[in-house]
Write a protein that binds this ligand. Structure first.
Ligand code: FES
Length: 87
């Protein structure tokens, strides 16, 4: 599990091991637009302001993966205990 902090409201949402970040956000009433939900289309692209994403998508470029300034919450997780996102 890891936490997602919503930078705009300071809310903190826990993502359980058996759910995706999109599912955890949705359960907390935070809607993220999705399409493929497989890390392919880029629809759910979300800006990361803090922490280090654990990228599991097939969409971002190598440079974007290395920079860690965005992630795809339909599949990707976090390497750090908390990820701060621009939501
Ligand atoms: Fe397609 Fe997340 S919904 S990459």
């Amino acid at each position: 599990p890891f936490e997602i902090e919503l930078a705009r409201t300071k809310r903190v949402i826990t993502v359980a091991a058996d759910q995706t970040a999109v599912q955890a956000l949705d359960a907390a009433g935070v809607a993220v637009s999705t399409s493929c939900e497989q890390g392919i289309c880029g629809t759910c692209l979300t800006t990361v302001l803090g922490g280090t994403p654990d990228h599991r998508d097939a969409y971002l470029t190598d440079d974007e993966l290395a920079a860690g300034h965005c992630f795809l919450p339909c599949v990707s997780r976090s390497r750090t205990a908390r990820l701060v996102v621009d939501l």
